[in-house]
Design a protein around this ligand. Structure first.
Ligand code: CS2
Length: 477
């Protein structure tokens, strides 16, 4: 129903107006909080939440999610006014598909309601905690909040818990476990907590994959048109989704396997393949594409020389470092990724992917370079991508004058490192000296340094597009 104020809000009371295929696959009223999720961003709403709803639809259960927003009340305000219901709009070049998800049953803001968050984590009905806090979150306050919750859970004798990192980090579960243990070590009853953690809490490793751009006003308008209701919490994503999880859930879990989740012991090889193939290519398209005027990842794929860079990066530098799990064909995987990147309907912004490079590259790109060097190889394509990031840091606007957005927790350090430098060799030396990003051994590798200086020189002289064309043609000869 539309009036002057626009369509009515999506909510439990308006759900019946949705066309059948768009309705939640389970009755949200039959779910209760059994999972606590830290980091209620678009990614969680498009990934773990629909997987959980699908698992309940297929196998039964009452697995609902309490979503915790960490940085601001914004998402809470968007969701609370609509009973935490929201749409997931899948877009591909061929078609789009919309559904409303009801798996999130309550939303909390950690800033105002940390005591409530702790109470949920200590609730015996809760068996799983998941988190998406991005790479930089692992050194931040959320670890303290999680530890408070675990501590309360121990004191309440509320039973075992699985804490599942869903971020793009190699060995994300083990990394999170390490951060939690470091934190606990400094607590007065640290030893007791460590013992309890070892006996009662698991930190499964996971590989998560779904491309989820930030939602725009235009997206929300399209959602309103499609469902006839206003939805402030809508998310947009690609049709593809994948989740590989180490199956260590001492307190039980949703039957995610019924929703297509792969539960296995060997998560690591999936994680590395995804980080080094998909995420590294994404960063490549962002740092090459944005300076050349490509606003989206698909625009960057439209520049043939950039598509060549990511294809050859994966083929020549990344694939030789991978030991794929059975059933993962790297040739097929690469081609599938190239297709996914070319999804123009998604409008995934290069600027969004370019964010936080200092946190992302050590996960997705540097290990490839280091491993290739250890094997005596010259990883030219990977070095060129790293050079593109160095130019991103160094060159503060693109040819049309648009200022380059350096959105990075180390922005000050990075900008300081390249202040007043004038030559490509200086840029490379100064940035390689940033120890938060590069370890000394990597920085001292003469071959890496030579490849970087060469590519930084080329990019700064002719721009990323012509530099990529040079690499392409040089290499054909
Ligand atoms: C992207 C990822 O923003 C980025 O750095 O590379 O968010 C990417 O879209 C997801 O990992 C896909 O699963």
């Amino acid at each position: 129903m539309t009036d002057a104020a626009g369509p009515e809000r999506l909510a439990l009371r308006t759900l019946a107006r949705l066309a059948e295929p768009a309705r939640p696959r389970v009755d949200p009223r039959e779910l209760r909080t059994r999972i606590v999720h830290l980091g209620l961003g678009a990614f969680h709403r498009a990934h773990q939440a629909p997987y959980t709803e699908d698992a309940v639809a297929a196998a039964g259960g009452d697995w609902g999610i309490a979503g915790v927003t960490l940085r601001s009340r914004k998402v809470l305000d968007q969701l609370a006014a609509q009973d935490c219901l929201y749409s997931v709009l899948e877009r591909s070049n061929a078609e789009s598909h919309i559904r409303v998800v009801g798996a999130i049953r309550e939303a909390l803001f950690a800033g105002d309601e940390s005591a409530e968050v702790v109470r949920r984590l200590a609730d015996p009905a809760v068996a799983v905690a998941t988190m998406t806090v991005t790479e930089k979150g692992y050194g931040g306050p959320v670890i303290g909040l999680l530890v408070d919750g675990l501590h309360a859970r121990m004191r309440a004798d509320a039973g075992p818990l699985a804490v599942v990192s869903c971020d793009n980090l190699a060995h994300n579960g083990s990394t999170l476990a390490g951060r939690v243990r470091d934190f606990v070590e400094h607590m007065p009853d640290g030893e007791r907590v460590q013992t309890w953690l070892a006996a009662s809490v698991t930190f499964p490793n996971t590989m998560v994959d779904r491309i989820v751009p930030a939602t725009t006003e235009a997206d929300r308008a399209e959602v309103a048109r499609l469902i006839g209701l206003r939805d402030e919490g809508a998310v947009v994503t690609e049709p593809f989704r994948q989740w590989v999880v180490q199956d260590e859930f001492p307190g039980g879990r949703p039957a995610w396997e019924r929703a297509g989740v792969v539960l296995t012991r060997d998560v690591e090889s999936y994680e590395l393949a995804k980080l080094r193939m998909l995420n590294a290519s994404h960063s490549a398209l962002a740092y090459l594409g944005w300076p050349a005027g490509c606003d989206t990842i698909a625009d960057a794929m439209g520049v043939e020389a950039f598509a060549t860079v990511v294809d050859r990066l994966m083929r020549e530098d990344v694939q030789p470092t991978l030991d794929p799990p059975e059933g993962l064909d790297l040739e097929q995987y690469r081609n599938q990724l190239l297709d996914r990147f070319a999804n123009a309907a998604l409008r995934h912004r290069t600027e969004q992917v370019a964010m936080d490079g200092s946190q992302k590259l050590p996960q997705r790109l540097l290990p490839t370079l280091a491993q290739r060097r250890a094997a005596g190889a010259e990883p030219r394509w990977g070095a060129r991508v790293l050079a593109a990031w160095m130019c991103w840091v160094w060159i503060d606007r693109r040819a049309d004058g648009t200022p380059r957005p350096l959105d990075d927790p180390l922005a000050e350090t990075l900008a300081g490192a390249v202040a007043n430098v004038t030559t490509p060799a200086q840029v490379v030396n100064r940035l390689l000296a940033v120890r938060e990003v590069f370890d000394a051994r990597f920085a001292e590798d003469g071959v890496i340094r030579k490849l970087l200086v060469e590519a930084v020189e080329q990019i700064s002289r002719v721009g990323t597009a012509d530099a990529a064309r040079m690499w392409e043609s040089e290499d054909r000869t």
